[in-house]
Design a binder for this molecule. Structure first.
Ligand code: DC
Length: 221
């Protein structure tokens, strides 16, 4: 199976790029952030104190999480319920960032991610795909952009969905989350040594896709 890993900080355009690559190559797109977000949603709904690691770990066995991929889109289910956009709010972003460093949470989501990459050609986006989940991926891209660019993109994305927020709020939250994600002990969001760095601050989504396809072609031949 061909595995393509796309890592990088939030708002860099990973999911947009990964979706486009998957469509172009006929691969399955796996959004791993949605898994952490879904665990976060479960904790929030259950009133779990997410600052308390032991409480989060104790609640984990109740999380019944599955992924389905149909027509190029991924849907995550908590039990029978499709989570949809409920995992895209700023509050869930913050909770996901708080719980994702917990080794037990990562271990809980590990097999789900590894198994699908064994069965299918995938483009998987996340933070530790090239380093931990798919260390043998044939192609690894670390995608980033300046903080301001990333915050503006996320701001537009949320306001288009009707979620009320400000650019300043997003930028501050993003800086804080980046810091948390980079400095955590477990699976920090850093590039694998064999990843190709791609900065798309000055590129639109189509140009980013072309740059990525070039990298993919050079790796796969
Ligand atoms: O990519 P995203 O914004 O949907 O990710 C949500 C949170 O989950 C973010 O704080 C980073 C974390 N995450 C992670 O730790 N590992 C992944 N593979 C994907 C996301």
């Amino acid at each position: 199976m061909i595995n393509i890993a796309i890592d990088g900080p939030s708002g860099g355009g990973k999911s947009t790029l990964a979706k486009k690559i998957a469509k172009e190559l006929g691969y399955i797109y796996v959004d791993t952030g949605a898994l952490y977000r879904s665990v976060a949603l479960y904790m929030q709904r259950g009133g779990v104190n997410v600052q308390d690691r032991a409480a989060v770990i104790a609640a984990l066995p109740g999380v019944a999480i599955t992924m389905k991929h149909e027509g190029g889109t991924q849907q995550v289910y908590l039990g029978d319920e499709m989570v949809g956009d409920a995992i895209r709010t700023p509050e869930i972003s913050q909770i996901a960032s708080l719980i994702s460093p917990i080794p037990e949470v990562r271990a809980f989501l590990l097999s789900l991610q590894m198994e699908i990459a064994e069965r299918e050609n995938v483009v998987m986006d996340g933070r530790d795909i090239g380093t931990v989940i798919l260390p043998k991926a044939q192609v690894k891209i670390f995608l980033s952009a300046s903080n301001q660019t990333r915050a503006m993109r996320r701001y537009k994305e949320l306001t288009e969905k009707g979620i009320q927020t400000t650019y300043e709020e997003i930028l501050a939250a993003m800086n804080q989350r980046d810091e948390q994600d980079r400095n955590r002990e477990t699976a920090p969001a850093i590039a694998a040594p064999d990843a190709v760095l791609l900065d798309n601050s000055e590129l639109d989504p189509e140009q980013t896709l072309q740059a990525a396809l070039e990298i993919i072609r050079s790796k796969l031949g």
